[in-house]
Ligand binder design. Structure first.
Ligand SMILES: *Cc1c(COP(=O)(O)O)cnc(C)c1O
Length: 356
């Protein structure tokens, strides 16, 4: 074992690998996936397209066609470009690598998306977590105080936040962008934009230090691994230097270009999920002892008495949700449930009632 201790960095030794539970045979409500699959017509058309991809060639690293489709379909402002990532996870690590000067810090509200802290640690940066208020809204005063104290190189704001579903106030985000000023970048992470229907993308020109990051994962394409981020040309030029040149593989590129021609289908699914979110929240509020937090994402955070027991009871009924109770003190007795089809939501509701 001395080999490991001799060569592996202490930050890595201290981490545990991202754990994904085996979900076969379960109703899978733990990972914010879109429950809908492609129609058989679309499957056939996609298969034909993918069959023509030249697997023997490297991708063309400018990705011009895909980037143009993203800019048109996802409302990137005129004259703004995007940088592509193998999922937004890769964009997060690219930003860390680009900004990891000695002593540089990363700041984000907690509880928040775990990859922000993980990626900071991997790049050798300190992570500063600023607790949300007890009702899981942003603690603006604490954020501004922490920014003044730590002068973070990178500040992350998930809009809406995971795992809470909270949509932070626009005015608070503006205040943070101004407080950070030219001493750091602020990444507004809009992974759940199809469910929040609000965005900082149209406001890029107002803030030189703003980057808006998105992914196609929660929209229904989690399997292809594609994230994109926009911001000033000056910032994107630097990030392009860090990006592995062929990071988007040719199958992902072709599948994404194909699906972007049918984005209306994904938009319809997002609309159905937004409706289901309201219905599921209302139904859970009827159950004794269940507190449902407001959510602008495709999941709902709930607090129940004895969440560990409820989680175990749900597992016995072959329903997998995410037990987030141990993530942070503010999430005690909380479970996070991905909103799914009316059928799966009904299965979950029955199982939850029986589990309380
Ligand atoms: C799911 C999620 C992502 C990760 O997206 P990928 O593109 O699948 O890597 C990023 N940010 C937040 C807040 C998320 O919840």
């Amino acid at each position: 074992m001395s080999l490991i201790a001799n060569i592996i960095r202490p930050e890595v030794l201290a981490l545990s690998a991202y754990h994904v539970p085996d979900s076969s045979g379960f109703v899978k409500l733990d990972a914010m996936e879109n429950p809908y699959t492609l129609s058989s017509d679309l499957q056939r058309a996609l298969a034909e397209r993918l069959a023509q991809v030249a697997l023997n060639r490297y991708p063309v690293p400018s990705y011009t066609g895909l980037k143009n489709a993203i800019r048109q379909q996802f409302g990137i402002p005129e004259n703004y470009d995007v940088v592509l990532g193998n999922g937004s996870d890769e964009l997060i690590s690219m930003v860390s690598v680009a900004c990891a000067k000695p002593g540089a810090k990363v700041l984000a509200p907690v509880p928040g998306f775990v990859m922000y802290a993980m990626s900071a640690h991997l790049a050798g940066m300190d992570f500063v977590g600023v607790p949300l208020c007890a009702d899981l809204t942003l603690d603006k005063a604490a954020m501004l105080a922490a920014i003044a104290e730590h002068r973070p190189a990178i500040t992350y704001l998930a809009y809406p936040n995971n795992p809470t579903g909270t949509l932070f106030e626009v005015a608070d985000i503006e205040a943070i962008l101004r407080a950070v000023g030219d001493t750091g970048i602020v990444i507004v992470d809009e992974a759940y934009q199809p469910f929040a229907q609000t965005s900082f993308m149209p406001r890029l020109a107002e803030f030189d230090n703003l980057l808006v990051m998105r992914t196609v994962s929660k929209l229904g394409l989690a399997g292809i691994r594609l994230g994109y981020m926009s911001g000033s040309k000056a910032l994107l030029d630097e990030l392009e230097k860090v990006r592995p040149p062929y990071n988007i593989n040719v199958l992902t590129e072709a599948a994404a270009e194909f699906m972007l021609q049918h984005v209306d289908i994904l938009d319809d699914q997002a609309a159905q999920l937004r409706e289901q979110r309201s219905a599921l929240a209302a139904a859970m509020r009827q159950l004794p002892g269940v507190i449902v937090f407001p959510s602008a994402a495709n999941f709902l955070l709930i607090r129940v008495p004895q969440a560990e027991q409820v989680f175990a009871n749900l597992l016995k009924q072959k329903i997998l949700v995410k037990n987030v109770g141990k993530m942070h003190a503010l999430l005690e007795n909380c479970l996070r449930i991905t909103v799914s089809t009316p059928q799966e939501n009904a299965l979950f509701l029955d199982a939850l009632s029986a589990s309380l």
